[in-house]
Design a protein around this ligand. Structure first.
Ligand SMILES: [Zn+2]
Ligand SMILES: [Zn+2]
Length: 286
């Protein structure tokens, strides 16, 4: 693995980030500091065509396929050989079923035919929806959501059209007027208010994008020890750390798997601990 700026192929490269929601701002520093690369925002791509959180455009692609399509469209729109795109999912997290936030950040190097993906899973979300019939009913939720840094969406609770959905609400005045309109057009006179999950209105998501930008830039700065391709890094983990008492494999991580995105080179690196506490053992503590 090399030091940043040493044999770094992305020095002075421009990278397109297709987003209507200012995502480039959150990864720009990492790409500049670690790679010396410039992240260029492009809003020439209507990324909402791949689906919206508000549900007015349905998502049809998987998050990975949507991110790939956005990155490629951004590269085409700017004529740049490098592209970034991200995709978020909110809902029950696989495996644990608790509601959370998943985000992937994908980088395409069209010159070398490489694709790098870093992902994040977090239980931190901007909060859940609230159904109200009066402004006073929403006041405590506003504090929990972190309004107005966290923007809101307001719509009629029952019925209404896609055009009745008001997004990107960041002032009390706008909220009051959206509520009044929703009370009017809702069959039951109530409004559904929820956090706007788009990146430019979502501080918890911005923090995740910053962290993923760092992870992707670091990964790109690491070269494969066999073929010197950029992007050598951790892509998986083997479970099965043995119990310290009986040696039975547990569900804890045993080793990390590092792979090259260009050649078949793989490396396995053991985790610092060689044994698991019997507490995690399916035999000692079933
Ligand atoms: Zn055991
Ligand atoms: Zn390689």
């Amino acid at each position: 693995m090399t030091q940043p700026h040493e044999v770094n192929p992305y020095r002075n490269a421009a990278v397109a980030f297709a987003s209507l929601h200012g995502k480039a701002d959150h990864v720009r520093a990492a790409f500049a500091d670690i790679l010396g690369a410039l992240v260029v925002a492009t809003d020439a791509v209507d990324t909402d065509q791949f689906g919206t959180f508000a549900g007015d455009v349905r998502r049809t692609l998987t998050p990975l396929a949507a991110a790939r399509a956005k990155a490629q469209l951004g590269m085409r729109a700017t004529g740049l050989p490098y592209g970034l795109a991200s995709e978020a999912s909110y809902g029950p997290l696989p495996g644990i079923g608790i509601s959370g936030h998943e985000e992937i950040l994908l980088f395409i190097d069209g010159e070398r035919g490489l694709e790098i993906i870093e992902g994040s899973r977090s239980l931190i979300t901007p909060g859940t929806a609230c159904c109200v019939s009066d402004f006073t009913e929403i006041e405590s939720a506003l504090a929990e959501w972190g309004f107005p840094a966290q923007g809101l969406i307001c719509r009629p609770a029952v019925g209404g059209e896609a055009s009745d959905i008001v997004k990107g609400i960041t002032t009390e005045r706008a909220l009051r007027s959206a509520l009044a309109a929703s009370f009017q057009s809702s069959v039951d006179g109530r409004a559904l208010v929820e956090p706007d999950l788009r990146a430019h209105h979502n501080p918890t998501r911005q923090a995740v994008l910053t962290q993923l930008g760092l992870a992707v830039a670091q990964r790109l700065s690491s070269l494969c020890p066999m073929c010197a391709s950029p992007g050598f890094g951790r892509t998986g983990t083997d479970l099965g750390l043995p119990c310290s008492d009986c040696g039975t494999p547990t569900d804890l991580a045993l080793q990390d798997i590092y792979t090259c995105p260009a050649c078949a080179h793989r490396q396995k690196l053991a985790r610092p601990s060689s044994f698991a506490e019997p507490l995690w053992c399916p035999r000692c503590n079933p």
